[in-house]
Design a protein around this ligand. Structure first.
Ligand SMILES: [Zn+2]
Length: 260
């Protein structure tokens, strides 16, 4: 399903792509804007969504550029209607590296919150009524969107950023796979609770999001489990491999390869 994407342009050498379903999001917001204020309303609405996603891209670049410092290759950043996803060729197993890469995303949002504060201040102070369709209103919404993005991503539901931070912290004490299992389990309990709360509040989009996260966490645990088993297999093979010694010159040398 994630294959249906459209490549946009490269940024810092990373391909930026949008999922096909993203078009539906623009159509939906465009229609909402149209209903509210005709053509100007539509342009405003779509423009606002585009700006929100610029913040999402900056968040993903925070993760990606930090990951690159630790030797991770980042081929693509994919934008989905529910947010962004930076694709890494591997996830560093060093807890300190995963921690820094993960924190870098929400840190960008909090930095934007600080930078936008002087500009958004007038509207936020609430003294005078700020119209939705004004530059002041726009800045308020961008400020608020970044605050929500930063805080929401820190909720410890694996594989959201908060869940990854939790896993990295656990991994300083536990084996990596065990730490992942605990992060996924705690995340699943929270995801069920939060999905229920979202349903109760009538926020169906959020309920769908937490349902998606519930399954995504397990998929990543299964991937970690497969990798662990693969590595255990190669360790075992290496243990069983008889070194080529001068006494056995007729044996072909055993070359082990195949890790990834
Ligand atoms: Zn993130």
């Amino acid at each position: 399903m994630l294959g249906w994407s459209i490549n946009l342009f490269r940024i810092f050498g990373i391909q930026l792509a949008v999922h096909a379903s993203f078009v539906l999001l623009l159509v939906y917001w465009g229609y909402e804007g149209w209903q509210e204020g005709g053509l100007p309303g539509m342009v405003w609405s779509v423009g606002l969504i585009a700006l929100f996603f610029v913040c999402v891209i900056l968040h993903e670049l925070g993760h990606s550029l930090t990951a690159r410092r630790f030797g991770v290759t980042v081929p693509r950043i994919l934008l989905l209607p529910i947010g962004g996803m930076a694709e890494f060729d591997r996830i560093p197993r060093k807890p300190a590296h995963e921690l820094l890469i993960t924190i870098a995303g929400p840190a960008v949002n909090f930095l934007l919150v600080l930078l936008l504060l002087p500009l958004a201040w007038r509207g936020l102070k609430g003294g005078e009524e700020t119209s939705y369709h004004s530059i002041a209103g726009l800045l308020d919404q961008l400020w608020y969107a970044n605050l929500v993005m930063g805080v929401f991503n820190l909720v410890p539901v694996f594989p959201m950023d908060g869940g990854r931070i939790f896993r990295a912290l656990l991994a300083t004490r536990l084996p990596y796979l065990r730490a992942t299992w605990w992060a996924v389990m705690v995340g699943r309990v929270l995801a069920v609770g939060l999905a229920g709360w979202a349903l109760y509040r009538g926020n169906y989009m959020l309920a769908v999001l937490f349902t998606f996260i519930f399954y995504a966490g397990n998929a990543e645990y299964q991937a970690a489990l497969r990798k662990e088993r693969e590595e255990a297999y190669w360790r075992e093979m290496a243990r069983q491999a008889v070194p080529v010694t001068p006494e056995r010159p007729d044996e072909p040398p055993l070359i082990l390869h195949g890790r990834n």
